[in-house]
Design a protein around this ligand. Structure first.
Ligand code: SF4
Length: 262
């Protein structure tokens, strides 16, 4: 079902391509001198950043190294660093601010919800209430929702966990169900329950972590992707417009060119 996939790269790969192009320009450094590291909830990201077609900025791998949050946790402990004892400070913001819509990408249904917020704006010409699409939240392995956008009803489906993804795909292939927009997360609960997250024996923390993401979203004055001033500036200064030649090259991928092995 490859032709049904969005061509948009994962956040990790967009970050890498942007770091070695737009950000290199801002810093005025040769992208070959940038070593980009991502810290991810995900073990699969290690394989993703090594896919040969993922070097679109032309300076080696767009993401040179991907480590998991569990590995970061182990590294901190091995250096006897206790983050709880460190003084609070803001993150560096080399590329500007992020929206609450981006934060919830980490929870199952979050990508769908963020996209619906912006789709509603595009269709209706005004922002919906930020929490208008809460119906797509929750830890059920398969969720279905019908959402009104203007005069159109969008049929949405969300699966998390690959067993649930299989069930959903079989429903679509057999003709039992038809959807306009489907979100699949390989890990139960989404990246909040990712395979690279710290493990606490006997505890399943995807739901708890997801709730934290929704709280961060709620407290962010920016709740809509299309209102992110840093992204607007990046398009104005570098990427021209969505699907321009440069954004197509750096932010999108050709899934047919991927070599996926069993
Ligand atoms: S859902 Fe799992 S496999 Fe997919 S990006 Fe998130 S952590 Fe990685």
């Amino acid at each position: 079902m490859t032709p049904n996939l969005s061509t948009a790269k994962s956040p990790q790969q967009m970050f890498g391509a942007v770091a070695k192009s737009y950000y290199a320009n801002i810093l005025d450094v040769d992208p070959k001198n940038i070593f980009s590291v991502s810290i991810m909830p995900c073990t699969a990201k290690k394989a993703e950043c090594a896919i040969p077609t993922m070097n679109d900025a032309g300076a080696g791998q767009d993401v040179d190294l991907s480590i998991t949050t569990r590995e970061l946790d182990i590294a901190l402990k091995s250096e006897l660093i206790n983050p709880l004892a460190l003084e609070e400070e803001e993150f560096d913001q080399p590329l500007g601010v992020g929206t609450g819509a981006a934060v919830i990408f980490g929870a199952t249904g979050g990508v769908m919800e963020a996209a619906l917020r912006t789709a509603a704006y595009v269709v209706e010409g005004k922002n919906p209430k930020p929490d208008a699409f809460k119906v797509v939240r929750g830890l059920d392995g398969i969720k279905e929702a019908e959402v009104k956008l203007g005069d159109t009803t969008v049929k949405a489906a969300i699966a998390s966990g690959l067993g649930n993804a299989r069930k959903l795909i079989e429903k679509v292939r057999s003709g039992e169900a038809e959807y306009d927009f489907v979100e699949i997360m390989a890990c139960p609960g989404g990246c909040a329950g990712g395979g690279g997250q710290p493990i606490r024996d006997g505890e399943e923390l995807a739901g708890e972590r997801g709730e934290i993401l929704y709280a961060i979203d709620e407290n962010n004055p920016l709740r809509f992707s299309h209102e992110n001033p840093s992204v607007t500036k990046a398009y104005a200064d570098y990427f021209v417009k969505p699907l321009s030649h440069v954004s197509h090259k750096l932010l999108h991928t050709d899934h047919d060119a991927w070599q996926v092995h069993d």
